[in-house]
Design a protein around this ligand. Structure first.
Ligand code: PGA
Length: 250
């Protein structure tokens, strides 16, 4: 399975900073393994500039959110066809920051995943447990339930187009690492939670760096990474992509 590495910029970078990133990152591309898929997810305001600068390159463009409705009176929302028009091909959904700070629910994530698929966008659906659930031994059941809810009613033919991302909440932006074998076991539980996920890519995310990425990408259920902080610098992001790839390790 080809790995996918997605840089989730969160609420970082203006248009000018995005242009500077892309110019520097494109200079790194020749040094990156050919058999890995790469995407960056800038904020909405920088998508057009990023799309323009990336045109013709192998780097795909992702958004960080999308509306569940196709158009209409939804002040502040961005519809899926507004994203595809800019060359966006995937969208991060249900990130724990959106669930925590913006009230996203499993049902809402499900509606957004359907809207994304209907517009030809790949949903990158995030799931993950709190440290309390992990400590209570509840993690696998919890993320399994999140996965089932997010994918509820999606046709089997569409399930194969979905990407999942497992991000333990306590590992995001904290520098605390989930033990790779433990991450893999939970990702196996995610894969088993819905029929039809055997070949779906599951990304790992949460304080992944160039120094630790190999320990995750070596795990059997890991199909790539969702990278926050370490994706903001073009040289470090390129280094991480090289380090994730077995053929490019010393
Ligand atoms: P982090 O973020 O790599 O900064 O921990 C990952 C994410 O939230 O997607």
């Amino acid at each position: 399975m080809r790995r996918l590495i997605v840089g989730n910029w969160k609420m970082n970078k203006t248009v000018a900073a995005t242009q500077a990133f892309v110019a520097a990152f494109l200079r790194e591309l020749d040094t990156l393994p050919p058999d890995v898929d790469i995407a960056i997810a800038p904020p909405f305001t920088a998508l057009e500039a990023a799309g323009r600068a990336l045109r013709g390159s192998r780097v795909a463009l992702s958004a960080q959110n999308v509306a569940s409705e196709p158009n209409g009176a939804f002040t502040g929302e961005i519809a899926a066809n507004m994203l595809t028009e800019l060359g966006v091909t995937s969208v991060i959904l249900g990130h724990s920051e959106r669930r925590r700070y913006f009230g996203e629910t499993d049902q809402g994530v499900n509606k957004k995943a359907r809207a994304a698929l209907a517009a030809g966008l790949t949903p990158i659906v995030c799931v993950g447990e709190s440290s309390q659930r992990r400590d209570a031994g509840d993690a696998d059941a919890f993320v399994g339930a999140q996965t089932r809810a997010a994918l509820d009613g999606i046709a089997p033919g569409d399930l194969s187009k979905v990407v999942l991302a497992y991000e333990p909440l306590w590992a995001i932006g904290t520098g605390k690492n989930c033990e790779p074998a433990q991450a893999d076991a939970t990702m196996a539980a995610i894969r088993a939670s819905v029929d039809g996920l055997a070949h779906v890519r599951i990304l790992y995310g949460g304080s992944v760096t160039p120094a630790n990425v190999a320990s995750y990408s070596d795990q059997p259920n890991v199909g790539g990474g969702l990278i926050g902080g370490a994706s903001l610098d073009p040289v470090a992001f390129a280094e991480l992509i090289r380090a994730a790839h077995p053929g490019n390790r010393a």
